[in-house]
Design a protein around this ligand. Sequence first.
Ligand code: PLP
Length: 396
Amino acid sequence: MSNLNEKMAALGTQRSVIRELFEYGKMKAEEIGAENVFDFSIGNPSVPSPALVNETAQKILAEMDPVVLHGYTSAQGDADVRTMLSDSVNRRFHTDYTADNFYMTAGAAAALCCCLHGLCCSGDKVILFAPYFPEYAVFTEGAGAEPVIIPADTGAFQIDFAAFEQALTPSVKAVIVNSPNNPSGAVYNEDTVKKLAEILEAKSAEYHHPIYLIADEPYREIVFSGTRVPFLPDFYRNTLVCYSWSKSLSLPGQRMGYVLVPSAVQDFEQVYAAVAGAGRMLGYVNAPSLFQRVCAACADETSDISIYETNKNLLMNSLRDMGYHVVEPGGTFYMFPRSLEQDDVAFAERAKELNLLIVPGCGFGCPGHVRISYCVPTSRIEKSLPAFEKLAGMYR
Ligand code: PLP
């Protein structure tokens, strides 16, 4: 018998379904040619970072004292970086944050882990709304808390409030929301956000402790015409925002994001300290020094994300014409149509036989659906349409 943590070994051994499909796609591409594999498995941005990203990185590398640049920064992130960032956020959201409200992290994943470890004690519960990013369950359990899944509102992918209220027991410490949403592409509208805030206020008062809202927002800027993303700290005081430049600046490999802890959060100093303490305990030390500086300088920029809307329209309209049921995404680069049979795993397997790589919804806590990741060249969508049509034909 091995003398190690079996749970960790299991996590390290089992690839996620998404990674499994992605690896399969690469193997298949070698076998039959990349142009014949319609890989819609993974959420790797398909548009390059804006030119300013590389220009800034090159300028910093050329001009900055390398001892400082390659050295440790403050654990919470370089002070100038956090000031530039607070200025950017204040300009865009009409807020009055300072550097002290920001804690720089290696992407949204680390930001979420800092929040969950910082807030949760063993036995606490954390509410997740299906469909949800599968790593939330891993991160929540890693923080010693128990995920509680609220079934999806499959009509519009907003929130099933009756189920939510029932699940909000005194042991719930935090609620994670992700809007714009991976995998549905849904954006919570203002009515949803107001009702969510009202319920959280009422239950926090009833239980005499704050229930924290963790807003995971790596897709904040990737929204389509006519859609607005409400800024959650405007609606609910005890909101912590987890942000990332992985998607908006197409920088997932550089690992850069932050936790925003607004001063309005109850016991702000303690909460910020707990987030920082979690970063320390997890051994994060500080977020990558070069890209802290690059992202701060590019905080008002995005990649050319217009292709995602072009892709959304082409794919959604084509799929609907073929008879698929698709809730229109308000943002991101995912859509989440119903599978044409109840068993989404069997459906995705059938798709795979046609070299269409799509992800079963059960991994997102929402069976009967599949995720299509359309951060791909538009030509891949065009070429894949006959395969989607053939798949639909199998169920007519
Ligand atoms: N949250 C959601 C909803 C995501 O989709 C992802 C990545 O795909 C993450 C968090 C993790 O993002 P990061 O690369 O910034 O750690």
